[in-house]
Ligand binder design. Sequence first.
Ligand code: WQD
Length: 339
Amino acid sequence: MNILVTGGAGFIGSHTVVALTEAGFRPIILDDFSNSEKSVLDGLEQITGSKPTTYAENCHNRETLRRIFKEEKIEGVIHFAAFKAVGESMQKPLEYYDNNLGSLIVLLQTMLECGVSNLIFSSSCTVYGEPDELPVTEKTPVKPASSVYGNTKQIGEEILHDTIEAGNALKIISLRYFNPIGAHPSAAIGELPRGVPSNLVPFMIQTAAGLRESLTIFGDDYPTPDGTCIRDYIHVLDLAEAHVAALQFLLKKDVSGYYDIFNVGTGRGASVMELIKSFEQVAGVPLNYKLGPRRSGDVTAVYADVQKCTEQLGWKAKRSMQDALADAWRWQLAITAQR
Ligand code: WQD
């Protein structure tokens, strides 16, 4: 069964291509490579034995989508393609709204036109903002977004909800990701942040590899046990497998219109300091880090209640934070060696 993976050359997208292949699907990638590398396709070939069919185009393009839906007999779509840098989104709001929401609307219209009915949407725990309760469930109130990026995810979920409320024959799941980390254990694919990484794990492993002077911990005066922020760090392969479980759930769902939301995390919170200490233990190298001021927009703590995903989709994270850090480190050593 052919599944279109928009943004399929990206970090989560490429790992989902592996998980789809291993589950017997035929993933087809649509990626404009604006924030990913073509070398990812070689890594996918190394892991799965074949290079996925790839369209190096933008999913904002209606004609492109029509052609792919018809020629490739697509039966489902996993939509990762979006700009996702929180800081950048505040500098370029119109580009973010146009790209993230414009492409979602074009995708939905073209799916309806071509009779493609199954969609998995990439959402984010960022919609919870600073939650009043922990762990967060899918019923935890969505807070006003603290970034344009977060707002595109919130509005994206509203567009999906309203599309189904209007009676359109689509079956849609939004997956709210927590903090994806790690890499494929083969080290053939992994996270490829462009420029200076804003996320903790890529910056940390580049520091350990000697590419960065030191890691700055953004604040240790939060109301948490060790003063540093708490997040739910999930292995990217567990997250990828959640997409396969959600797709299989939709394919079995014998209804015309369906929309629901699922948290995808481990259900465990870990602080920045805990993650640093775990990394040093797993990698066997000391990390050079220092304390700095809080980063604006950071929430104190957010981690998932994953009961709904486990009960309804039959999915649960299998890998530990230590597994993810070991795989991320192996990946960093592999790409450093290639330089
Ligand atoms: C994690 C923790 C930082 C870097 C963001 C998006 C989210 C998703 C994942 C796209 C925080 C601390 C970080 C550093 C640090 N992105 N930190 N020093 O902000 O939880 O989530 O990325 O979908 O939507 O909001 O992830 O990795 O940036 O930060 O101390 O150099 O690490 O303060 O507490 P975040 P992160």
